[in-house]
Design a binder for this molecule. Structure first.
Ligand SMILES: [Zn+2]
Length: 157
């Protein structure tokens, strides 16, 4: 699913909207590091709208990695990912002799089609989002109505 909202952009301030920096031709082929070659950056209004959109999505769909339950569908780069299995791994690091021991907890999410091979590791407090296109569309409509720097994308056909 594509983002249901677009944000106002302006020509990149570093490369002047060309996407390239000739004086850095020896670095990454001269592609502008700020805009990544896209030639644009968010305008002031676009940035404000984008921040509000992200905050609203976090408020409606965000949760901590340690709150995720098996069977929940998370949003991974805009695509649904069903979390079929969760493993929590706690390891202790440091030196006992100095009393400098710390426990580190890592939460691993597995999806059935991975055949258990690939998991993704998360800190317990890291933020993830549930996948819910309906809520995303609602939030997009609210932000586009309230912020001049946001425009509702045309509905997908
Ligand atoms: Zn640029």
């Amino acid at each position: 699913m594509t983002t249901p909202i677009t944000f106002e952009t302006e020509p990149c301030g570093r490369c002047g909207g060309t996407g390239r920096l000739e004086q850095y031709g020896h670095v990454a082929g001269g592609v502008c590091a700020k805009c990544g070659g896209s030639k644009v950056q968010l305008s002031r209004r676009g940035r404000a709208a984008h921040r509000a959109y992200e905050l609203a999505l976090d408020a409606r769909l965000g949760l901590r990695a340690d709150q995720v339950e098996e069977g929940q569908v998370l949003n991974e780069d805009g695509r649904p990912r069903c979390i079929d299995q969760i493993e929590t791994e706690t390891t202790t690091t440091g030196m006992a002799i100095t009393g400098d021991l710390r426990t580190v907890t890592v939460i691993r999410f597995f999806t059935r089609q991975d055949n258990g091979r690939y998991g993704s590791a998360h800190r317990p407090e890291s933020r993830v989002r549930r996948y819910d296109p309906q809520v995303e569309a609602e939030v997009a409509a609210q932000i586009a109505a309230r912020y001049s720097g946001a425009t509702l994308a045309a509905p997908a056909t």
